[in-house]
Design a protein around this ligand. Structure first.
Ligand code: DGJ
Length: 576
């Protein structure tokens, strides 16, 4: 590995000269910026970009979009959804078409185009594992199954998944990844790239672990000391002091835990090689298991960072800054459980892939550092111009005060509803939230954000304890909240987020809900009223007021917000 690092250093200097001479990276743009960093305080996390808190309001391209003729569609979608970050893969098979020969052109192309649009990048290193298989290994590796073997299943059957015990593959991956990171170090001093995903949904389907003779020999040995720390064993429900083979220590979980350790250790080797030359924050994404029923490992992708083996991943892969859930599961109970399981004191929450789960965006802002739907250029391509906006529709159909603002005010979010219909359910959200991304990241880090979703099982009133005030959020549609309009569970998509700015001062964002407050604790029993309620938006992290809300817009149980996400600023006052 040391030899590898020395080679990297030599390469960095060679590339440095090359890149400075290249027209793609002018000297003036190549200013050294602060390295992106993940910071932690009392179990809360923030991603720092250019030294400032940053929330990833992202979108991930489809798998096969990092090609010159595909990128325009990707950028169109990123622009129409107002994202501040694009997540996009770099393919090992394209990057290293022949052993030791590297093609940096796709990386440089994506860097150049992101900078032209002032969009940040999360690069996804598609290498040994892509959704449990090794289909992104270069052709010269695919053709040498002896040297770069797959897993052998329990009955001796071949499995379409790479073995984590294939040392030659691991070394080849580490070497290529170090090249990739070394290139970025030189070509991206301004840190357009803010995070790197190492692998994609690693693990295996079709076999809980590798049963090859090499793997079996390791499996029959003692569990490594690093996994036997009392605190770690406690998290895995194993009595402190337990020692022995994998089966002796972990019983029926031994196969899965051994595989998780093996996959994570392999990825640590790869990540550490990259980090040694360029210490960008790195993460691994997880194909999830059902978080509520503790299913057997035959029912999900075994060996990846599923919630039950996060402690094993933490011990095996310290170069990985966090493990991240790809949330395609549905239902409030399930999704909220996943969010809690990954927002751990020792793990920053980011959702690098999801479907149309806009409902949980505020919950991820409250607890995490980033959110991105998957396959944007496939699912929402050309969305901006083709079909009616549900939010705008609501704005036109109802006497919603927020909708009124949409037609009359300089609110950029409101403008979109009128002149650019967009069915991308995130476009209106991102348009409102991206200009305040820095504030949101800071507030989240300080623990000021509280959020609730409209329960899919019904129960429209949600309460949030804010000290001497309790926020009361009533979900539902219609100007004067009409409970008879309770929609079907799948359409109960309201959400609300409250930011506590001071004892009596709150910023709120919501959809299909009405906000009001109750005086509690020191304020209990006191008469009170709104000192001032304003509707507004942010521009470069500065609040811009559109109007003061009063009269009908605050009576009738507090201001009502329709389907279009809206930002309100409350100041409350007691009258005695
Ligand atoms: C999850 C994977 O991580 C993505 O790359 C993509 O394959 C999606 N599944 C497909 O739905």
């Amino acid at each position: 590995m040391n030899q590898l690092i020395t080679q990297k250093v030599r390469l960095i200097y060679a590339l440095f000269i090359l890149v400075l001479l290249s027209p793609a990276v002018s000297c003036s743009s190549a200013e050294e910026a602060k390295m992106p960093e993940i910071i932690e305080n009392s179990g809360r996390y923030a991603l720092l970009v250019d030294g400032e808190p940053f929330f990833v309001f992202g979108g991930q391209s489809a798998n096969s979009s990092t090609w010159p003729k595909m990128l325009p569609g990707v950028w169109n979608t990123i622009e129409s959804m107002h994202a501040n970050t694009l997540e996009i893969p770099i393919y090992w098979e394209q990057f290293e078409p022949e052993p030791g020969k590297y093609d940096y052109s796709m990386i440089q192309m994506v860097l150049n185009q992101a900078r032209e649009r002032d969009v940040r990048l999360v690069l996804l290193w598609f290498d040994t594992w892509k959704n449990c298989s090794n289909h992104y290994m270069p052709g010269w590796m695919k053709q040498d199954a002896q040297k770069y073997p797959n897993i052998i299943g329990k009955d001796g059957q071949p499995v379409d998944s790479p073995s984590p015990h294939a040392t030659a593959a691991m070394e080849a991956d580490a070497k290529a990844f170090a090249e990739f990171m070394a290139y970025l170090k030189v070509a991206d001093p301004q840190h357009t790239v803010i995070l790197v995903q190492v692998q994609n949904e690693p693990g295996s389907w079709g076999s809980v672990r590798d049963y090859s003779s090499v793997a079996q020999q390791l499996f029959e040995q003692s569990v490594p000391e690093a996994l036997l720390q009392a605190e770690l064993l406690a998290q895995l429900n194993v009595p402190a002091g337990t020692r022995g083979t994998w089966e002796e220590v972990f019983g029926t979980n031994a196969d899965e835990y051994f595989h998780a350790w093996s996959v994570a250790s392999y990825i640590e080797y790869v990540a550490a090689a990259g980090k040694a030359v360029n210490p960008l924050p790195m993460y691994v994404n997880a194909a999830l298991r059902d978080p509520l029923t503790n299913p057997p490992a035959t029912h999900y992708e075994s060996g990846g960072p599923t919630d039950n083996v996060i402690p094993i991943w933490k011990a095996a892969a310290p170069s990985i800054d966090f493990v991240a859930p790809d949330i395609y599961l549905r239902g409030d109970e399930t999704v909220l459980k996943v969010i809690d399981l990954y927002a751990r004191p020792d793990n920053a929450l980011m959702v690098p892939e999801t479907g149309d789960h806009v409902k949980y965006l505020y919950k991820v802002i409250e607890k995490g550092i980033g959110f991105a739907p998957f396959g944007i250029d496939t699912h929402w391509a050309g969305a901006a111009n083709n079909s009616p906006n549900s939010s705008a529709g609501a704005a036109n159909d109802s006497p919603n005060p927020s909708a009124g603002a949409a037609n009359n005010s300089p609110n950029p979010s409101a403008g979109a509803a009128n002149d650019s219909p967009n069915p991308n359910p995130l476009a209106e959200e991102y348009k409102l939230l991206v200009p305040m991304a820095g504030m949101l990241a800071q507030w989240s880090f300080e623990g000021r954000i509280h959020s609730v979703v409209e329960p899919d099982q019904g129960g429209q009133i949600q309460r949030i304890d804010l000290g001497n005030w309790e926020a009361v959020i009533r979900f539902g549609r219609g100007q004067r909240l009409d409970l008879r309009q309770d929609p079907q569970p799948e359409n109960r998509n309201g959400k609300a987020m409250i930011i506590k700015l001071g004892e009596d001062e709150f910023m709120v964002v919501g959809t299909t809900c009405r906000f009001t407050f109750n005086p509690i604790r020191e304020n209990e029993g006191k008469a009170w009223q709104y000192l001032e309620v304003t509707e507004g938006y942010y521009e470069n992290d500065e609040y811009q007021m559109i109007r003061i809300l009063n009269g009908d817009e605050t009576d009738w149980g507090g201001p009502y917000i329709g389907e279009k996400p809206t930002l309100l600023h409350f100041k409350l006052v007691t009258r005695e």
